[in-house]
Design a protein around this ligand. Structure first.
Ligand code: URA
Length: 204
């Protein structure tokens, strides 16, 4: 491309300068962040609130999140500059599995679990969990674990609210087979080549 002013998509394009690749598949980055609560998933905030990019400070290449987490949600967020993989993983048809741990108000009973599994009517459609477990129930709160294959905005919070158990704390503990084991909150790591290979070859 010799056109002046041509906009490069840093995620999807390969770029060469005088025959030398300056952005190639070799520069692909795959990072897994364990996001703390209070960080926005955006590159800048007009109100000056902290963003996830502050946690990726030493990463000099531009990377993009695959999906989103709310400001108050903790947990796993994948970043990459591999546009092909990012678009595929983020596509609803791909049905990526995400697991959440949630602390909710009240005691969640079997009837409520069945509702979550059967599907809750939200304003943008039906949302259902593919698996739900109650891990603990004490002092007026329940700890639950939910698996979802869809990614509607604030889906867990809205589903739990709809069954009368508002979320007090929410953490994504697994994303596309990647787990938060050994990754402290606020830290990130590169995916191993095996993990990247597994993501690329997974069928969703
Ligand atoms: N569901 C939510 O409600 N919030 C998130 O950040 C992710 C899933």
């Amino acid at each position: 491309m010799r056109e002046l002013g041509f906009h490069v998509d840093p995620v999807a394009d390969e770029v060469s300068l005088d025959g030398i690749k300056v952005l190639s598949k070799k520069n692909r980055l795959y990072l897994l962040l364990n996001k703390p609560a209070g960080y926005l998933v955006t590159s800048s905030d007009p109100r000056g609130r902290p963003t996830v990019y502050e946690l990726l400070g030493e990463v000099k290449d531009r990377v993009f999140p695959v999906g989103r987490l709310d400001r108050d949600t903790e947990g796993l967020l994948l970043f990459t500059n591999d546009g092909e993989l990012a678009h595929r993983l983020a596509h609803p048809r791909y049905g990526l599995t995400k697991r959440y741990w949630a602390l909710v108000s009240g005691a969640v009973n079997d009837r409520k679990i069945k509702k979550l599994l059967k599907g809750i009517r939200l304003e943008d459609g039906i949302a259902r969990a593919t698996d739900v477990k109650v891990l603990a129930c004490e002092s007026g709160h329940s700890e639950i674990c939910l698996e979802l294959t869809t990614g509607k905005k604030r889906q867990v919070r809205r589903m739990c609210m709809a069954i009368g158990h508002p979320v007090v704390r929410l953490r994504r503990t697994a994303f596309a087979g990647l787990s938060d084991d050994g990754l402290p909150c606020g830290q990130w790591r590169h995916l191993s080549s095996v993990e990247v290979h597994r993501l690329k070859s997974s069928k969703g």
